[in-house]
Design a protein around this ligand. Structure first.
Ligand code: CA
Length: 464
């Protein structure tokens, strides 16, 4: 996509293309107008006459018209990753801005029971700061990213003191920093490692993917292979999870940018998407199209902040999960060319209790396979395949970061391609990533919301 690793100084030029906004978005704006909600009109008009807005020039006069406004964004930051579990109980809902229709509260769900499988928990590493992504290398080493900009190595069961050298400088701000780390499928031969992170400045930043050659200590020949467009000026909703599909393509989740939620429906941006790349960042010729003016890297759109992505080779399904606002977290089966609805359709509500939208569905939007209301704040996700937890075969494991009892490792029990149950493990642990190791054990990262250096990598096995 982009050549080299040139510093990005300003927002890229906006494409002069029309946006065929779905009817539901138009209705959504009408709904917000009728109910007196401040509405994020910025993103809808990125492409044409209001281009100055998308350049990040949300002038003071416009701020009050911006979606969640700065106040709400601060509040968003405080509760993002959805601490909403308790506050989202029906009795606590405070309708704001004319929303808060009780009808939506019917989607409230009981929290899943605690799991029945007894676990042994082994601590592989501790003292980490917001460990975000985990990866296994063919030689048995594990890599773990720390959000503030380090890749750490776990070698022979112990954390190596020095982080990986040569890795790029991220923007560490709010939810921004290092995200995922992913070895090339042929890493044993080529030593190529991929890293996703927040790049840029507070005024102009984007989720970026680089790759480089990792020799066990240093990352070299680092090149940028992809960056979300356009730049944004928020520190929220970066997405940032990567996975290899069964087709050998690289898939990346991107967020809606927090205050730019309508861009999830703006096909001229790569906000709120799953993008599909060749391993060198070039674009597969068989990517789906989202209409005139749409970006060619898009694979699916209408996502909010997807932080879980895993290719399920057993089913041939690419699963993602994403954070809803206050409820409406989802698991989706990611399909080429599909629109997952956000923000026009969601089972969630705004943090202030108002409805994001009157719609839980619209024509052309794909429904989630599963949703959580109230939120669990899903993050990393894995499909269990292995002998150690035989009863878990094919189930989805989802790390969750919401406060209170949702903070846990959620086992979503699957029958064929449908969830039929759920249980929770490690209740009270804020879990950012979950992976199944080559040995069949389950590995998770735990963290402290405030960034205290108390994050761990845990290895879970059945306790016999
Ligand atoms: Ca959705």
């Amino acid at each position: 996509m982009r050549e080299g690793d040139a510093p990005v100084k300003s927002a890229p030029p906006l494409r002069d293309v029309g946006i065929d906004a779905p009817r539901a978005i138009v209705q959504l704006l009408g709904y917000r107008f009728q109910t007196g909600q401040r509405t994020p009109i910025m993103a809808l008009f990125t492409a044409k006459s209001l281009a100055f807005l998308s350049a990040g020039l949300c002038a003071a006069a416009m701020l009050s018209a911006c979606s969640n406004s700065e106040d709400a964004e601060a509040s968003n930051d405080a509760v993002e990753d959805a601490s909403a579990a308790a506050g989202a109980l029906p009795g606590a809902l405070v309708p704001g801005g004319g929303g808060g229709d009780p009808a939506l509260q019917e989607t409230m769900q009981e929290i899943a029971p605690e799991g029945e499988t007894a676990l042994s928990v082994e601590t592989l590493a501790e003292g980490l700061v917001n460990p975000w992504g985990l990866a296994f290398l063919p030689n048995g080493d594990m890599l773990v990213t720390e959000r503030e900009g380090r890749i750490r190595i776990i070698r022979e069961g112990a954390l190596v003191d020095d982080p990986v050298a040569g890795a790029p400088e991220p923007l560490v701000w709010n939810q921004g920093g290092y995200f995922d780390v992913l070895p090339h499928p042929d890493f044993a031969e080529n030593n190529i490692l991929y890293l996703s992170y927040a790049h840029g400045t507070r005024e102009g930043n984007a989720t970026r993917v680089v790759r480089g050659v990792f020799d066990g200590a240093t990352l070299s020949d680092v090149e940028t292979i992809y960056e979300v467009t356009p730049l944004k000026d928020t520190g929220h909703h970066f997405g940032g999870r990567m996975a290899w599909g069964g087709d050998g393509r690289l898939y990346l989740t991107t967020g809606d940018g927090g205050r730019y939620q309508e861009r999830a429906q703006d096909m001229a941006t790569s906000f709120g998407a799953v993008v599909r790349l060749n391993e060198d960042g070039s674009l597969p010729a068989d990517n789906p199209t989202f209409g005139p003016g749409s970006l060619p890297e898009l694979y699916s759109k209408g996502h909010r902040n997807p932080q879980g992505l895993v290719y399920d080779a057993g089913r041939g399904v690419l699963w993602s999960n994403e954070h809803g606002p206050r409820g409406g977290d989802e698991i989706n089966d990611v399909q080429a060319g599909a629109n997952y609805g956000w923000p026009a359709a969601t089972y969630g509500i705004n943090y202030n209790g108002s409805k994001v939208t009157p719609f839980t569905e619209f024509e052309g939007a794909r429904q989630p396979v599963k949703y959580w209301t109230p939120s669990i704040a899903p993050s990393g996700m894995a499909v269990y395949r292995g002998d150690m937890f035989a009863a878990w075969e094919g189930d989805l494991l989802v790390g969750a970061m919401a406060d209170h009892s949702s903070q846990a490792l959620h086992r979503v029990i699957m029958d064929a391609n449908l969830p039929i149950g759920e249980e929770r493990y490690l209740v009270g642990e804020r879990i950012r990533d979950v992976r199944v190791g080559p040995d069949g054990a389950v590995y998770v990262t735990t963290e402290d919301r405030g960034g205290a250096p108390v994050g761990k990598v845990l290895r879970l096995t059945p306790r016999n």
